[in-house]
Design a binder for this molecule. Structure first.
Ligand code: PMP
Length: 415
């Protein structure tokens, strides 16, 4: 364990350091689902609730002004994190909410019957279903770009489909099942040459420190705070300035109205038009603290360490007899999914839980991907920077025991 990692583990992540749940040993390896909040994030939220709670924008009094400043500070921090303008950052309740808002706005303002929208076979349902529904509502057509056996996006298939001049391509930066890091720069420039806008799901990508996600070329990008050491219930939708101007609002209410004219009201022009109602202000305080935390620990250091952890896990798991790792992409980040036949994914996860390892089984909300691979589910390992190589070694040993046991039982059944 590196020194810095030892320090942050003990100091900042009580659940990880304690390593047990109801008295039972637990190594948390489900960070693709959600990450733990470090203490500074918890303090920021407590500070907000105990000393700063007031609604924003609407008050002239000091507390309200201070709450507004705090909100705008987090908007700036988020913009700095992505190296974009603060006028391009919309707060939502999470990645799913961002994608739904975007698809609704696209359906309302952009899509018409016969238009084509592309998503990919490796999309999380959150970057697929909103587009499917937008297409159903408008009479547009959704097609899925294929993936290859190795878990890479099939670029030839993408280029072929781009020739049909789609209006938008919805693509994930990192697959939440295979860990594939998609070649975003190449994808975005090809899509733009074909006249398509690009919506990037960065839910799994924000800790990877990808150069493509700094001053991104894409038109839209979204993520959730809770996969980034922040709290649940807060997310971000980045939209390029021209899209902020161009897209219509899809939620209506307080804070987004400029002038009430009936029947044609005038709405705010900037990001405010997408932020109707009271935002999740403590979540925003937590998100701001999480972004600062990642900066202080070091985004590059975190990304490098997590890459090394995953490489270590891949090496260990590859040595287990009968275990099949899904995909073999050139660049893998954050997650590694596998099968341990003849065990079902669910059973493997239950046995792993009994041995003290918390990780997820199922389709991970990536139904198109599992259908494409012809499997009903997988087990997903997703370590974060507070995990250690030693924990992964123990995990590998546990898997080996489970694999050996399942072989014996399987042999017994057939013998
Ligand atoms: N996209 C991807 C790639 C994800 O992994 C997730 C979370 N599993 C989401 C979108 C949805 O995130 P949330 O549930 O926080 O809205």
């Amino acid at each position: 364990m590196d020194d810095w990692q030892n320090v942050i583990r003990k100091r900042d992540f009580p659940m990880i350091a304690r390593g047990n749940c109801r008295g039972k040993s637990t190594v948390y390896l489900d960070n693709a689902a959600t990450t733990q909040c470090p203490r500074p994030v918890l303090w920021a939220m407590e500070d907000y609730w105990s000393l700063r709670h007031a609604n924003v924008h609407r008050g002239v009094y000091c507390l309200s002004a201070r709450a507004t400043e705090a909100l705008e500070e987090t908007r700036q921090l988020t913009a700095d994190f992505l190296r974009v303008s603060r006028d391009e950052i919309v707060f939502t309740s999470g990645a799913t909410d961002s994608a739904n808002m975007l698809a609704e706005a696209f359906a309302l303002g952009e899509l018409k019957r016969g238009d084509l929208v592309l998503a990919t076979e490796m999309e999380h349902n959150s970057n697929l279903l909103p587009w499917l529904e937008a297409c159903r509502r408008t009479g547009a057509v959704l097609e899925l770009v294929k993936i290859r056996e190795d878990g890479e996006l099939d670029m030839e298939d993408l280029y072929r489909r781009l020739e049909k001049k789609p209006r938008l391509l919805a693509v994930t930066a990192v697959s939440n099942v295979l860990g594939t890091v998609n070649p975003l720069s190449q994808i975005v420039s090809s899509a733009h040459s074909a006249g398509a806008a690009v919506a990037v799901d960065a839910a799994q990508a924000m800790r990877c420190d990808l150069p493509e996600l700094k001053s991104p070329d894409c038109d839209f990008l979204f993520f959730s705070g809770h996969k980034l050491m922040g709290p649940t219930g807060i997310g971000v939708l980045y939209a390029k300035a021209e899209w902020i101007d161009r897209l219509p609002p899809v939620r209506y209410g307080g804070g987004m109205l400029r002038e009430l004219r009936i029947p044609e009201p005038e709405y705010e022009s900037g990001v405010g038009k997408f932020e109707a109602g009271t935002l999740n202000l403590s979540g925003i305080a937590g998100l701001g603290a999480a972004l600062e935390y990642l900066q202080v620990v070091g985004r590059r250091r975190i990304a490098a360490y997590e890459r090394e952890l995953l490489r270590h896990a891949e090496e260990r798991l590859s040595s287990i007899d009968g275990l099949r790792i899904l995909g073999a992409p050139k660049r893998r980040s954050g997650v590694l999914s596998f099968l341990l036949p003849p065990l079902q994914a669910y059973d493997a996860a239950v046995l792993l839980d009994k041995k003290g390892f918390a990780l997820r089984s199922g389709r991970h909300c990536a139904d198109a991907l599992h259908a494409r691979l012809g499997i009903s589910g997988s087990v997903r390992l997703s370590p974060a920077f507070y995990n250690t190589g030693e924990e992964l070694d123990r995990f590998g040993d546990a898997l080996e025991q489970i694999a050996a046991l399942s072989r014996t039982v399987g042999a017994g059944k057939h013998g």
